[in-house]
Design a protein. Sequence first.
Length: 127
Amino acid sequence: MAKTTKELIADATRNAHWIDRAEAHQRFDQGAVPVDVREDHEYEAGHLPNAIHISRGCLEFKIGNHPATQDPNAELVLYCKGGGRTALAAQRLQEMGYTNVLALDEGYDGWVAAGEPVEGAATDEEE
């Protein structure tokens, strides 16, 4: 029986290892790699500090291209806007043999709403 997109996301969400912002900061301090799985324009508008960008649609093809994501034992903290793409990406990476995949609860929107630091966001208006 075929599953709907909503059902696929729900299954992936249940299986992901979700962490909050405080734990994400601890993990980043210990060397975890933030991986932004949003689209190019979203990443360019702002992203977590030091985040590697690999959009969800290209994940399977590009995950091994960056030195920080070539090791399947590397600790990766995935995030998207709110969580759906994160859950699907986490599930796929686990299926590909990545063993330390974490998902940032509340995604980029929650990170920004909490006043956490970002890079790449337009901070000044151009004159």
